[in-house]
Design a protein around this ligand. Structure first.
Ligand SMILES: Cc1cc2nc3c(=O)[nH]c(=O)nc-3n(C[C@H](O)[C@H](O)[C@H](O)COP(=O)(O)O)c2cc1C
Length: 373
């Protein structure tokens, strides 16, 4: 291995005492290949196995805590007892590759898909017309009642209990990418005038419930992470200043890591007080080593990895690069970084060893990536 990559192969011990064997994280990635009822499919197990080689912390695809929040076809479920058998296999598969296994717990909120949820009843913080995954036409979503909000919080706790029973090392609370928790935090999606209109209330209630369940079940070393999107394009939207408040509040919680969702780790603030400043640097500054941060975004080869490392972020998640080349980490570790496949090649006969659905999504440009010239 090249000397400069050695720090990435150092273990990291989290606040709860769990040690992550290295600094590489598999970014959560929706694969759309679970069974229709949300239980794990054979193809899904094979996919998870192939994408967690060499990884220190493997995060699963967003998995719904209640079918009312199902936002993708073939989305995994972590909402019912029947899910346990498959969830156990997913956790075992990740752990057998030497990684800690974390399941991303998710509710789509207004982004749930009408044809996937009971009675087409899509709901979130406030009424809105919006687009979901793969939709060319928008759908309408209604505002949740306070009882439904409380139920959604409990569902995150229930999912945590299922994750523990299934043998996962932890959960990641999906507070990013325009889904339910993000929606409550966003001034665009949350127009409520009751107590739930306060942007921090719902995200914090979810964190407290997940922590409560983990403690109640005697799982003091259970990993609890939180993923967030630091800015959004909507207006009025989440700004870096608003995110600073979120980070300040999350730091006070007994969480083990924060995970920022970015399409490029080198991206800069879009507008406002911090315009033009690198988001990852701002976050690291605010967090000030009080909690590990996972950075992510457009790390396709050794050069990108070095630049990511130079930001000072303690853990680095890989998404598309692990799809294009599942041996990414192993190649870095064995000094074969020049062999990393860092672009999408629609003519590859092996189709990058991707499930057909993901291959098609890359081919149609749904996940923009460097392409073969
Ligand atoms: C196919 C695909 C599926 C994704 N699904 C999820 C998901 O389920 N949950 C999530 O938080 N982010 C999801 N993302 C975002 C990634 O976790 C990651 O933040 C993003 O792809 C940027 O990292 P990358 O440049 O390494 O791909 C997905 C991205 C891709 C490409």
């Amino acid at each position: 291995m090249k000397e400069e990559f050695q720090p990435l192969f150092q273990p990291l011990t989290l606040a709860n005492g769990q040690t992550i064997p290295n600094r590489f994280v598999l970014a959560p990635m929706t694969h759309t290949i679970s069974n229709e009822d949300g239980t794990a499919s054979e193809r899904e197990i094979a996919f998870v196995d192939s994408r967690t080689k060499g990884i220190g912390l493997g995060i699963t695809a967003a998995s719904y805590t209640n079918v009312e929040g199902k936002a993708f076809p073939g989305e995994p479920s972590i909402s019912k007892a029947q899910d346990l058998e498959g969830l156990r296999r997913v956790a075992e598969t990740i752990k057998a590759n030497g990684a800690k296994a974390v399941v991303q717990i998710h509710h789509g909120g207004v982004k749930a898909l009408p044809h996937l949820v009971p009675d087409g009843d899509v709901k979130g913080p406030s009424e809105v017309e919006t687009y979901g995954f793969g939709q060319s036409e928008p759908h309408r979503a209604r505002a949740m009642t306070t009882d439904e909000i409380r139920q959604a919080i409990e569902d995150f706790g229930h999912a945590t209990s299922l994750a523990i029973q299934a043998g996962f090392d932890g959960v990641e609370i999906h507070g990013a990418n325009h889904y339910l928790i993000h929606q409550f935090f966003s001034p665009y999606y949350n127009r409520r005038e009751d107590m739930w209109g306060e942007p921090m209330r719902f995200p914090m209630a979810v964190v407290d419930e997940v922590v409560r369940v983990a403690n109640e079940e005697g799982q003091e070393d259970f990993i609890i992470g939180y993923r967030f999107s630091p800015e959004e394009a909507e207006s009025p939207g989440i700004t870096m200043s608003r995110t600073k408040c979120l980070v300040d509040a999350l730091i006070e919680k007994p969480l083990d890591y924060l995970h920022v969702s970015l399409s490029s780790i080198q991206s800069v603030t879009r507008e406002g007080e911090y315009e033009g400043e690198k988001r990852i640097s701002l976050l690291l500054d605010w967090i000030d080593n009080r909690m590990p941060l996972i950075g992510v975004g457009s790390i396709f080869n050794a050069q990108d990895l070095l630049a990511a490392q130079e930001t000072g972020v303690p853990m680095i998640a890989l998404g598309r690069s692990m799809l294009l080349d599942p041996a990414f980490v192993e190649k870095i570790e064995s000094g074969r970084e020049a062999d990393i496949i860092d672009y999408f090649d629609p003519e590859r006969e092996d189709q990058h060893h991707l499930p057909e659905e993901i291959w098609q999504a890359f081919n149609s440009g749904q996940y923009p990536s460097p392409k073969k010239q």
